[in-house]
Every structure is written in structure tokens, then in C-alpha cells.
Ligand binder design. Structure first.
Ligand code: BG6
Length: 482
């Protein structure tokens, strides 16, 4: 017997631009992600303003889910998935974001994906926007810097709610909306491309514009939630936060206060707005200290209040440390940065591995909001090797996942209402930060490489059968030596 509830949703997660490919098929328009070249652990992705003939854009083919979704969903079903999180590419539905009418071919594609999930009784968890707004909106408006994007997003979201009514119940309005509190969120999340930006990891930044863009996303999210509820009262909406717990490096009160402040801005702020429907008090001081003046229309206040989310979803890969001593060694990680924790090991990409931090984080989140929680992303990006016999012995991934699942169970015992777990990159996909294929997360290996070679064939890794057992035993059979 495990501590997981009987109706717990086990599953996996992907995003359209990281798996689909078919970037110019079915009437699809160009998205932000389609303008990012491949990078690596040591070389930043480039953001191009026009498609460049000699550049490599990993999203253009990705792992060809666009043509292979049936095969892939069948494999997810074989593992016993109860939930599959995927995103809809805005540009398949509205190629530039500006059209009056939706692109039927794009809608049909997701009809098929959703029906395929339903065929296996897999609950779809749909992200409406996962790092890929139409590039045309970047060109016309500098993305979310403009309020015009609110209506365009709501138009798009309403089309999805109408079309998939009764078939999709769980929605996420924006993936990792809090990436906009850091400069790296400019392009990928907000479609803000300031003069001088060339590198994905080093963007020219105007914090005032960035927070204004984020405000527009908050309003858009709230309006979409209200519209989605009006269309189908059975819809459930979630925020999605990139959560990187920040520990004080020491018990020096200076470190404690700094860690609290950074947790507020980076981890809590967006959830506070989307769950509670208003800006938290601590942001007043932050905006003042950083000379940021937001334009908030009078009606926005009521919009935020009526469009609160029903559940809280988040990604958790790593934790980090905060110190007032800036000579400490820096840690690597996604979006939210900090210092190395001497008690933790790190992944091949330097992301610190902290399963107990997940229990801590789940308690923090549930204690703060008291609404159902979904762990929408978690996993280990690692180099995998195909052995001579064709097998992939990814014990390191099994260990990582098992340790995190064990801590989820502890958190449930602590009283956290965790309802779902969708492991990130359940099939190998393009890394968001580096654009690499070499950084693999999947239970399913895809024969695709960073030099563009590979026949795209799928292969089960050792973790495939392991996860199947985990799901079949409802989390009881984790089979590790921890
Ligand atoms: C999250 C994103 O930040 O982390 C995903 O929502 C991303 O899109 C994932 O892929 C892992 O990051 P990376 O850079 O290893 O792909």
C-alpha cells in the first residue's frame, strides 16, 4: 500500500515546440521558439529575427510528435499513464495570432491527439501557452509588452474551450509564468525582443516593460479562466510556476531575509496573484526600489479577483541557495539562479538534485494556498548511452525519480493535496534552455541527435518498465536502494 490516493493521476509532460516538429505544416505559423537556434551546455541559443538559411532550429522537426503522436501515446498508455500534459501551439490555431478565424487544420490535429488520449482513458492536461507565442506578435507589438495581446490570447483560449469542451477538463493558462520575473523570460515567455538582444541567455532587459508584460499575462489568464468557466463549469484551471526553492546559505539573518525576499519575488509572487487574485503587498516595495511603475487599468483589479485558478501546478527540478556573500560558487539551474549547496549532488548540467526539497516545497505551497496541487514537471536531464545490445540503462534517472516520488508521498502524508504527477519529457525532446537533444529526460529514447542525424525511431529505456511498475503499484513499488 502506498500513501498515494487511489485516483492519483500518474503521467508525463511535454510541450508542443519541444516535441511536435512540423513547424510549417497544417497551416502553422512561426512561433518564438521557431526562431531559437540550437545551443549547448556551454553555448547560448541565438534568437534570430528572420529564419537564417544556415542556422539549425531544433523545434522545426523536434521529435516529430506531429506525425508520430499515435505511436507515442500508445507507449504512454503502455506505461499506464492516467494523465498526459501537452501544450497547444498557439500558431497552429492562429498562425499570426491576428486572424479572425481559427485554423481548422490545427484544431483537427489536437482533436486527434485528445481523442487518442481519451481512447486510453488518459486525462489530458493542456497548457494553452508554453513558451511559443506567434512571432508575428513579437514583430507587431513587442509581444506581451502590449495590452493588445490580452484580447488575442483570450480569443485563442476561447476557441480551445469551445472546441474541446467535455474532452479537456484540466487547463494551464501559461507555462512557468514566473519566468518573466527574470530577464531570460523576456523572449521565451513574453515575446519581448528588445533592441540588442541576440542571445537567449543574455537578453537586453527593461524590467519595467517585462513586469508590464507579466501584468498583461495575469489579466489574460484571469479572463481566460472566467471565460473557460462560463463555457464549461467542469473546467479546472491552474497556474504553473517554475519553483526553485531558495534556502538561506547560512543562519546569518542577512541570508535569511535575502532568501525570503528572493522566494517572494521569484517563487511566490505569480502564484499569489493567480491564486489570490491580487498583487501581494511585498511587490509594492520591490516595484518602488526598482523604479517600476505599472499601468494597471481600474478594471484589471476585478478581473484578477474573479479569474483565480482552481489548482496550483509547478515544475520542480532543483533547489538553490541564497547568500549575501557574493564570492560563493554559483549553481546552475533553470531560470532562477543561486549558489551551490554543499550538501547536494548535481546533474550532468549542474542542476542540484534535492528530493527532500520537493517535500519542503510541496508543504510550502499547500500551506500557503490550500488548493489542490499538481507537480506538472520533474525529471532528470542526462546523457543516455545506447548499449551494444540496444538497451538504455538509465538507472540514474530511475534513482532521481524514485527519490522524488518518495518525497511526494511524504508530503501527501504531511497533508498536502497533491493530485497529479506528470514527469517532464516522458519522451526525449528538445531542451528548452539549450535546444539540445543530448539532454534527455524520457522513458522513451528517440533516435535524434544534435547534428540533425537520427531516424527518429523510439526505444524503451530501462526507466520505461520501472515507471510502468510504479504506476501499476500506485507508487508503492519504487525498487531502489535508497
Ligand atoms: C521547464 C520548462 O523550465 O523546464 C520546460 O517548462 C523545460 O519547457 C524544462 O524543457 C527543462 O528544462 P531544459 O532546459 O532542461 O529543457
Amino acid at each position: 500500500m502506498s500513501g498515494f490516493p487511489q485516483n492519483f493521476y500518474w503521467g508525463g509532460a511535454v510541450a508542443a515546440n519541444q516535441v511536435e516538429g512540423g513547424f510549417d505544416e497544417g497551416g502553422k505559423g512561426i512561433s518564438c521558439a521557431d526562431m531559437c537556434t540550437g545551443g549547448s551546455h556551454t553555448k547560448s541559443r541565438k534568437i534570430t529575427k528572420k529564419p537564417e538559411a544556415d542556422a539549425y532550429y531544433p523545434s522545426h522537426m523536434a521529435v516529430d510528435f506531429y506525425h508520430r503522436y499515435k505511436e507515442d501515446i500508445a507507449l504512454f498508455a503502455e506505461m499506464g499513464f492516467k494523465m498526459f500534459r501537452f501544450s497547444i501551439a498557439w500558431t497552429r490555431i492562429f498562425p499570426t495570432g491576428l486572424e479572425e478565424n481559427a485554423n481548422e487544420e490545427g484544431l483537427l490535429f489536437y482533436d486527434k491527439v485528445i481523442d487518442e488520449c481519451r481512447k486510453y482513458k488518459i486525462e489530458p492536461l493542456v497548457t494553452i501557452s508554453h513558451y511559443e507565442m506567434p512571432f508575428a506578435l513579437v514583430e507587431k507589438y513587442n509581444g506581451w509588452a502590449s495590452r493588445a495581446c490580452i484580447d488575442l490570447y483570450v480569443k485563442y483560449a476561447k476557441v480551445l474551450f469551445e472546441r474541446y469542451k467535455g474532452k479537456v477538463k484540466y487547463w494551464i493558462t501559461f507555462n512557468e509564468i514566473n519566468s518573466a520575473v527574470t530577464p531570460v523570460g523576456n523572449f521565451v515567455s513574453l515575446g519581448i525582443l528588445n533592441e540588442g538582444t541576440e542571445d537567449f541567455l543574455n537578453q537586453s532587459d527593461d524590467p519595467g516593460l517585462r513586469f508590464q508584460g507579466l501584468h498583461h499575462q495575469f489579466v489574460a489568464s484571469a479572463l481566460a479562466v472566467s471565460a473557460g468557466r462560463a463555457i464549461d463549469a467542469g473546467n479546472h484551471f491552474g497556474c504553473m510556476i517554475c519553483y526553485v526553492t531558495k534556502y538561506p546559505y547560512s543562519c546569518n539573518p542577512d541570508d535569511i531575509v535575502k532568501a525570503q525576499q528572493e522566494n517572494q519575488i521569484q517563487n511566490h509572487f505569480c502564484g499569489d496573484v493567480q491564486v489570490r487574485g491580487e498583487y501581494p503587498v511585498y511587490m509594492k516595495r520591490y516595484f518602488k526600489d526598482n523604479n517600476i511603475q505599472l499601468e494597471i487599468n481600474p478594471e484589471d483589479v476585478a478581473i484578477l479577483k474573479t479569474g483565480c485558478v482552481d489548482y496550483y501546478s509547478f515544475s520542480y527540478y532543483t533547489s538553490t541557495c541564497v547568500s549575501t556573500d557574493t564570492t560563493k560558487e554559483k549553481a546552475q539551474g533553470n531560470i532562477i539562479a543561486g549558489y551551490k549547496n554543499p550538501y547536494l549532488k548535481a546533474s550532468d548540467w549542474g542542476w542540484q538534485i534535492d528530493p527532500k526539497g520537493l517535500r519542503y516545497t510541496l508543504n510550502e505551497i499547500y500551506g500557503r494556498y490550500r488548493i489542490p496541487v499538481i507537480l506538472a514537471e520533474n525529471g532528470l536531464g542526462a546523457y543516455d548511452r545506447v548499449e551494444e545490445d540496444g538497451s538504455i540503462q538509465d538507472d540514474y534517472r530511475i534513482e532521481y525519480l524514485a527519490q522524488h516520488i518518495r518525497q511526494m508521498e511524504e508530503a501527501i502524508k504531511d497533508g498536502v493535496d497533491l493530485i497529479a504527477y506528470t514527469a517532464w519529457g516522458c519522451i526525449d525532446l528538445i531542451s528548452a534552455a539549450t535546444g539540445e537533444m543530448a539532454k534527455r529526460y524520457g522513458f522513451i529514447y528517440v533516435d535524434k541527435h544534435d547534428d540533425g542525424t537520427g531516424d527518429l525511431s523510439r526505444k524503451k529505456k530501462k526507466s520505461f518498465d520501472w515507471y510502468k511498475k510504479v504506476i501499476a503499484s500506485n507508487g508503492a513499488d519504487l525498487l531502489t536502494n535508497e
